[in-house]
Design a protein around this ligand. Sequence first.
Ligand code: KIV
Length: 289
Amino acid sequence: MSRREAKFAMSAVTQTRRINIPDIRRRKDGQPLVCLTAYTTPVARILDATCDLLLVGDSLGMVVYGLETTLGVTLDMMIAHGAAVRRGVQRACVVVDMPFGSYQASREDAFRAAARVMAETGCDGVKLEGGAEMADTVRFLVERGIPVMGHVGLMPQQVNVAGGYRSHGKEVTEREKIVYDARAIAGAGAFSVVVEGTVESLAREITEQIEVPTIGIGASAACDGQILVVDDMLGLFTDFTPKFVKRYANLAGAVHTAAEAYANDVRERRFPGPEHCFGVPRAVRAVSG
Ligand code: KIV
């Protein structure tokens, strides 16, 4: 079978069954991985047909709960949203973020927390942040049946140590460390690695050096796939749009316009109309309609 035929066969397969972890791992083949975050069942249902992978990111702390950082996100929050997303999916692979504090202390703690996530959400794998220092934990989880996605470069759970959010890889020592980290995590058995907030040349180097797909966010088109926070790309925020985000819709504007129209209708007593009411005779409905 030629490479092209194999690609078509792969698409046919992925349309009829759920995309699994080995499918994602194989996507080092030039077919970009399409990924978005999702936090709820209805949004997961909408995204399922177009995305290869949905990440229940701990970004939900900011996006859904209005927290300042991801540090306040708990395992129970991740499990509740992970299960909600999984219920909305028939096709896409679902990965759930391990929240801050649930996996760093020891590999045994990490296993217990990750096993709860897998068992209680029905997701396909977990994601954790960290470089070489997490390699032993990644290996421990993978060897015990828990697929792990890595996350290097800008790591939001490290915001207090890093002193804020900034792009990585301009400086040689930092650059070498991030490549080393990505290689360590991939070598420990991660099925893919998120590369966040790095300069293009670094994302390219990591992508060339590891055997599993890289998934970029703010890390250029040099990665094997892309991910965005769904609310960012839908334009659900009114304040600030990061440089690496492309807005594909302006849902904040649409929601605002709809809310204004609703408010006017209520104030002018145009809503509810007879057609929205129980016990209103058909004749009245016809006259008003
Ligand atoms: O939490 C999240 O949404 C993430 C993505 C930005 C990769 O980790």
